[in-house]
Design a protein around this ligand. Sequence first.
Ligand SMILES: C[S@@+](CC[C@H](N)C(=O)[O-])C[C@H]1O[C@@H](n2cnc3c(N)ncnc32)[C@H](O)[C@@H]1O
Ligand SMILES: [Zn+2]
Length: 378
Amino acid sequence: MKLKEVTEGKVRIFVPDPKEYMIEGKFDPSWAPVFYNPKMTFNRDLSVIVVSLLKPKIILDALSATGIRGIRYYVESWKSEQLILNDKNSTATSLIQINVKNNGIENAKIYNKDANVLLYEIKSEYIDIDPFGSPVPFILSSINATIRNGIVAFTATDLSPLEGSSRTSCRRKYDAINYKLSSSKELGLRILIGKIIREAAMLEKTVYPLFSFYADYYYRLFVRVESGARKADENINKNLKYFGECPRCGFQTFVDENCKIKCPICGENFIIIGPLYIGPLHNMEFLKRMIDIYNNFNYLSSFNRIQKLLNVIEKEAKYKSVFYNISKLASKLKVSAIPPIDSILECLGDASKSHFAPTGIRTDKGYEEIIRCVKNLR
Ligand SMILES: C[S@@+](CC[C@H](N)C(=O)[O-])C[C@H]1O[C@@H](n2cnc3c(N)ncnc32)[C@H](O)[C@@H]1O
Ligand SMILES: [Zn+2]
C-alpha cells in the first residue's frame, strides 16, 4: 500500500495515498484499504477538546482505522494510562502500529478484533465509536464496557433514517416511527439518544448527554453512563416521549403518547414521531468548561468553526423546546417574505439561533408569539 504522510492537529500520520485509489479522477475514503477522511477533522478536533476535559485513565478507540483519533487524544488531549486502538481490518492495524510508533507512543495496545468481541473482553473509561453509518450495532457492547461512570462517544452518519427520509430503516435500526419534519435535523439526534437510553436500560444502566452536535453529514454525541435500574427507569419516564408537528400550521410540541392527537391551534391531526429523547442535549456545567478552555486549542485548523459552533450552542442550550425552522413555518403559513432571523430574534426577545439549521430559532416562548414575530415584521 502506497502511503502519504498528513498532518492533523499536532500529529503526523500515514494514510493510504488517495492518488492510488482514484476512480475516474474521483476519490472516496472508503475506496482505500484503510479509511481516512479529512472531512472528519472537525469531529476529531472537538473530540480532542472533550477528552482533554475528561482525562480518562483508559481510552478505547474501538473502530480506529489509521489510529488518528486515539493518537490525537494521547498527543493533544491527555496522556491516558492506557490507550487501546482496535480495528477488524488487519491492514488498518498494521498501519496503526506504524502511526503509533511515529508519534512516539510506547504503551498503546493494538487489537485486530471485531469491536463487539473486544468490548465484551475489556473495560474502559472512555470508548469511541466512530463507525461507517450507524453506531447501533455497537451501542449495547460499548455501554456494557464502560467503567466508573464512563463516557461513550458516538458518531452517526446515517442521517437518512434518523432524519426521517428512510422511514423503514429508522424503524428497523432505531425502533422509532419517523417522518421528515421541519426540525428533523434536531429530532434525528433525539431519536439516536432515545435508542441509546433504551439499550442501556436493558443493562440496568442509563445515559445522559454530556455534549452533542450536528455538523456536515453526521451527529456526534458524548454520553455519560450511569448504573442502576432505578436511574434507568427515571430517565425513561422523564425523558423518553414523542414529538408532534402539525402539518397545517406548523405548531410543534413533545407529546406523551403515539396516538391520534389533534393540533390545539388548528385542529389538524399531528404527525407523531418517536420514541425520542426530550431532555437537554448537553450537560450545562460541562459545556461551560468547554467554553472556558477551547482557546487553548487555537492551533486547530477548525478553530474558528469551533468558536462559532460553541458560541451558538452556549446560547441555544438554555431552551428546552425543539427549534422552529422559520422557513418551513413561513411556507406553511404562506408567508412569502420571511423577516431576517435577527429581526425575529429581536422581536421575540428571549430566543437564539440554532446550530442545527441556518433558519432555526430556539425559544421557550409560545407558538402564537413566534407567529406574530414571523408575520408582523414583514
Ligand atoms: C469510519 S472508520 C473509522 C475512522 C476513524 N475512527 C477516524 O477517525 O479516522 C470505521 C472503521 O471501523 C472498522 N470496522 C467496521 N466494522 C468493525 C467491527 N465490527 N469491528 C471493528 N472494526 C470495524 C473499519 O475497518 C473502519 O476502519
Ligand atoms: Zn395546527
